[in-house]
Design a protein around this ligand. Sequence first.
Ligand SMILES: Cc1cc2nc3c(=O)[nH]c(=O)nc-3n(C[C@H](O)[C@H](O)[C@H](O)COP(=O)(O)O)c2cc1C
Length: 334
Amino acid sequence: MTELASLPGRKADHLRIAAQPGVLHTRGAGLDALRLRHRALPGRDLADVSLATTLFGQTLAAPLFVSAMTGGTPEAGRVNMRLAEAAAEHGIGLTLGSGRALLQDAGLLGTYRSAARPPLLLANLGSSQLQDRDAARRIVDLLDADGLSIHLNPIQEAVQPEGEPVSARALDDIARAVADLHPLPVVVKEVGFGMDPEDVALLAAAGVAAVDVAGAGGTNWALVEGQRDPGAQAVAAAFADWGVPTADAVRGAVAAAPALPVIASGGVRDGVEAAKCLALGAVAAGLARQLLLAAQEDRAAAAVATVIEQLRIAVWAAGAPSAAALAPDHLQAS
Ligand SMILES: Cc1cc2nc3c(=O)[nH]c(=O)nc-3n(C[C@H](O)[C@H](O)[C@H](O)COP(=O)(O)O)c2cc1C
């Protein structure tokens, strides 16, 4: 029988394995198939392109997020410090990794939070942790966060030997967390398999402030769990291209809940892909693994600067005055 790993052991495995080869979906995020229009006469100076965005009452210098990753181990502390410094320096959002370990041991706070404070900081918990009614409020208070991001990860938990598959009560627990945290925003995200439009409609009705579709095309959490455990690997193999590719997930979410802000993530590799997501209707884009690799090499701030510069050029060359103005019209007709 497989020996089950402790929570810190699992977090350490995740950080190590997610950075290795062999953990990406075998099918892309669907963004390659989209092309932004190219305006040889962009119509304005590059310096006049605005990327600033207001989200949940906070102003971001660019509509970008560091997606939720880690916390709870010394290595996680180093990664989080670099990610927070990068997000604070460049004025973008940061979602911290799951705070489950912190709820169990408040002494781990320093592995989540550092002195650097991004303009928008979200705490993160799995939907299963909401069965403890106080968990949502406690994690936001402990981290002095601006709101809560709740992850849904049915495939990961089902494949993981220690997993607690997303419960049938998850939607009720989310609705209760929304009410308990009001007026702070609650965002619900996947972890890289996307969301069906029907899920997005249910989450909108539950009162969430935004969804982060975290679509398929980047890090595949079945494959990550598969690399931790031979039994899980056999099961995980069939899920190597499971899920809703990010481009389809964004389109579906925008159509299902037109008034709900949609964050695009899952396999977003650069600022041009972020711009494509914005043109599909997302309000912001998030990157996880790309920025983990950069943080591990202590170049997170440079990596974020590059994505922002790519986004600025893409917005300009597509002919839009601002990131917020990107729309389907800025995509080439297929
Ligand atoms: C090392 C690592 C740890 C992660 N841990 C969490 C987590 O604690 N909570 C969460 O919501 N998502 C977590 N994720 C998922 C990411 O937030 C993201 O949804 C997913 O990796 C897809 O984005 P990507 O293709 O840019 O990596 C983690 C991702 C990585 C790479």
